[in-house]
Design a protein around this ligand. Structure first.
Ligand code: SF4
Length: 210
């Protein structure tokens, strides 16, 4: 069976802001929902971005800094479930990782009427699924979920007793900067986006070594 290529918006490695331990992150391009206040509106359009075979992306991530887990976000991962399942399989062949996945669909919907091929297979590889659309009016500024309607499902026991408070922890976020882009990694605490907008509008950028 041919595995489709992934359509990727961005990747990151060695973040501590999207789950326990050091994690690699894959954000996919394209989402059929259009939640008001989505933190990544440029990743909603279903259009080609970086097209990469899962085996190639797995090799890229494994060649970078060591990581304990993989977090899948977007965009909507369940639209690319088949390719993401292959990505997870490739990484787990080399590295024992936990997997966290964010989706705008509810788990019940994914099980009853999956939006594409490979959803059941991907669900079988996920340890924690954070499900449901983002509802800005229910964003309490806490936890590894954007709003309180979203549910943290432990699909396995791997992260059940890890001591990480998925629902209520104080949020952290990181700015990852390279020569081409700045990526905000994490669920933004209240006020962070407005502060960033204001800082970037005011300039100049403050250098930590000066
Ligand atoms: S499901 Fe997620 S990526 Fe899609 S629009 Fe809503 S917040 Fe944005």
């Amino acid at each position: 069976m041919d595995v489709p290529v992934l359509n990727i918006a961005a990747t990151s490695t060695a973040t501590e802001s999207l789950g326990p331990g050091f994690r690699a992150v894959v954000w996919v391009q394209g989402c059929p929902l259009n939640c008001r206040g989505c933190v990544a509106p440029e990743w909603i359009p279903i259009q080609p971005r970086r097209l990469v075979p899962p085996a190639e992306l797995a090799a890229d991530l494994l060649a970078g800094p060591a990581f304990d887990g993989l977090t899948l976000s977007g965009g909507e991962p369940m639209l690319q479930a088949q390719a993401l399942a292959e990505l997870v399989r490739r990484i787990r062949a080399e590295n024992e990782i936990t997997v966290i996945c964010f989706t705008g669909f509810t788990l019940a919907r994914l099980r009853a009427t999956p939006p594409g091929p490979g959803v059941a297979e991907l669900l079988s590889q996920i340890d924690i699924l954070v499900d449901g659309p983002y509802v800005a009016a229910r964003d309490d500024g806490r936890g590894l979920r954007g709003s309180t309607n979203q549910v943290v499902h432990h699909l396995t026991d791997r992260l059940r007793d890890c001591g990480y408070d998925f629902e209520h922890r104080v949020r952290t976020a990181e700015l990852h900067v390279d020569e081409r882009s700045v990526t905000l990694v994490g669920i933004p605490p209240h006020g962070l986006l407005a502060t960033l907008d204001s800082v970037l509008a005011d300039g100049p950028v403050v250098r930590g070594d000066s």
